[in-house]
Design a protein around this ligand. Structure first.
Ligand SMILES: [Zn+2]
Length: 306
């Protein structure tokens, strides 16, 4: 099993006191290297403009890549562009593209991308919610356009709804988007009646829900929908901010809940997708919980069993 990362992903700095901070990357990569020495680490390449333009417009590309940045610029109250941001965003998106290529050519079975900034709030035209480019969407579009896949699933268990991913694909039946997320919570989307063209499944969860409730929702609603879609590739927006210690939300999940769900996703990838699964880091803002959940998640990806 492969993992992709790049040192540039630590150079995107949204500023003092920001939850989405560079230390998140080392928390994840240090914990993974210590826990799973057998992980096969690769350096993430940069995404190309052509790969980004499959899901983003050229105005957003110009903003992120071509703005001269001497000091941090606020794109919105949460989202910042600094001197290292363009390179970090390119490597984060490029990791997903390389991971898709690796599983499609058979060079790897499952891949985890330890990257930042996160991506799932970025729409086709707007960087928002800590996200500059929507890396998982770039990966999904690459799978469809470069590898000709007709059924790509994006599973998003970050505690926030991936409004950007949904927005990019909600008229594209080649991609199914399935999400559980706390509601109410930023970005105030992802209601159950948002169905796209039948390719979007949203499961809002109430604040305070614990792992039993979380597993029940996945068992009853999301996993059957995913299984019924028969994905040729499983992509995962792996945000660990539903952990009970996370400062940005109020779910009560434990690392074992993420391990359980990962096992279910591996089983579905094995059943329909020749095992092909690519997971990309999204949120997770308590460093200890983030490290623990990443180790649990990747442990199941390595073994194939929770
Ligand atoms: Zn999140």
């Amino acid at each position: 099993m492969r993992a992709y990362t790049h040192p540039a992903c630590a150079t995107h700095d949204p500023g003092p006191g920001h939850a989405e901070r560079p230390a998140r990357l080392a928390a994840v990569t240090d914990a993974l290297r210590a826990a799973w020495p057998a992980l096969d680490w690769h350096e993430a390449p940069s995404a190309t403009r052509g790969q980004l333009l499959r899901v983003h417009d050229d105005v957003l590309l110009a903003l992120v890549l071509d703005t001269p940045v001497q000091q941090r610029i606020a794109l919105d109250p949460d989202t910042f562009l600094g001197p290292g941001s363009a390179e970090a965003a390119l490597r984060a998106a490029g990791a997903g593209v390389a991971a898709v290529d690796a599983v499609m050519t058979g060079d790897a079975g499952r891949v985890f991308c330890a990257v930042r900034p996160p991506g799932h709030h970025a729409t086709g035209s707007v960087a928002m919610g800590f996200c500059l480019f929507n890396s998982i969407a770039v990966a999904a579009a690459h799978a469809c356009d470069r590898h000709g896949l007709e059924r790509v699933a994006v599973i998003d268990f970050d505690v926030h709804h991936g409004n950007g991913t949904q927005d990019i694909f909600d008229t594209d039946p080649r991609v199914m988007y399935l999400s559980s997320h706390q509601a109410p919570l930023y970005p105030d989307s992802g209601y159950a009646d948002e169905r796209g063209v039948g390719n979007v499944v949203n499961a809002p969860l109430p604040p305070g829900m614990d792992g039993d409730g979380f597993r029940q929702v996945w068992r009853d609603t999301l996993l059957p929908a995913l299984d019924g879609f028969r994905p040729q590739l499983v992509l995962v927006s792996a945000g660990f901010d539903g952990h009970r210690l996370d400062p940005l939300a109020q779910l009560q999940l434990e690392a074992s809940d993420y391990a359980w769900l990962t096992g279910e996703l591996v089983a579905i990838a094995d059943r329909h997708a020749h095992g092909r699964l690519v997971s990309m880091l999204e949120g997770g803002y308590d460093l200890q919980a983030l490290a623990e959940c990443s180790v649990a998640h990747v442990g199941v990806l390595l073994d194939g069993a929770a």
